[in-house]
Design a protein around this ligand. Structure first.
Ligand SMILES: C[S@@+](CC[C@H](N)C(=O)[O-])C[C@H]1O[C@@H](n2cnc3c(N)ncnc32)[C@H](O)[C@@H]1O
Length: 161
C-alpha cells in the first residue's frame, strides 16, 4: 500500500514514467542499427525488466550493463530474471537523477516528456562528449537527434552528447 502510494505520487506529481516495456520489435530495430564492440558501458535508465540490456548482452556480449530502477516491483522482476539466466547485468534500485552517468557510453531510455526535460540538463553536465543517448518515443527538447528510426508509428531518437 505504501509502495503503491509512493509510486502514484511519483507518476502523478513528479512526472516519473510508469512501468511499460519497450516493444520487442523496437528493441530489435535498435539492435540492428547498433554496431557494438562489447566493451561499451551501457545504462538503461528506468530499466523496468531490463529488456534492452538483456538484448544487448545476448547480441553483443557486453559486460558493463547497468539498469537503474526506483520502483520495487519491476526491480525485483528484473533481478529474478537476471539471476535465473546467469546474466551479469547489474540493477541499481535508485532514482536515476541521483546516479552519476559519467562512465556511460550508451544510455537507453523510455520515459516521459517531463523526465526528458530534466535528463537533458543532466546529460549535458555529466556525460562525456560522444555518449550516445537512445530514447524510445520521447525527444530531448532542445537537442537535434543524430538520426531517427521508425518502428511502426513509434520514433526512436538517437542523440550524441
Ligand atoms: C516506460 S518504463 C520503461 C521500462 C524499460 N526501460 C523498457 O523500456 O522496457 C519506465 C520505467 O522507469 C522507471 N522510472 C521512472 N522514474 C524513475 C526514476 N526517477 N528513477 C528510476 N527509475 C524510474 C519506472 O518505474 C519504469 O519501470
Amino acid at each position: 500500500m505504501i509502495l503503491a502510494s509512493v509510486q502514484f505520487y511519483n507518476i502523478v506529481f513528479r512526472g516519473f514514467a510508469p512501468f511499460i516495456s519497450t516493444k520487442f520489435e523496437a528493441v530489435l530495430t535498435i539492435l540492428k542499427d547498433l554496431d557494438l564492440k562489447g566493451d561499451e558501458c551501457v545504462y538503461e535508465l528506468g530499466s523496468g525488466k531490463a529488456g534492452f540490456l538483456r538484448a544487448v548482452e545476448q547480441r553483443f556480449g557486453n559486460k558493463k550493463l547497468t539498469g537503474v530502477e526506483y520502483s520495487f516491483f519491476p526491480y525485483i522482476l528484473a533481478k529474478i530474471q537476471i539471476a535465473l539466466s546467469g546474466s551479469s547485468i547489474k540493477i541499481i534500485r535508485k532514482d536515476m537523477f541521483k546516479v552519476n552517468l559519467k562512465e556511460a557510453d550508451i544510455l537507453y531510455c523510455f520515459l516521459s516528456p517531463e523526465m526528458m526535460i530534466k535528463l537533458e540538463k543532466k546529460f549535458k553536465t555529466e556525460c562525456r562528449p560522444g555518449t550516445l543517448v537512445i530514447s524510445y518515443h520521447f525527444k530531448l527538447p532542445n537537442s537535434e537527434p543524430e538520426r531517427i528510426l521508425k518502428e511502426n508509428n513509434d520514433n526512436i531518437y538517437f542523440y550524441r552528447i
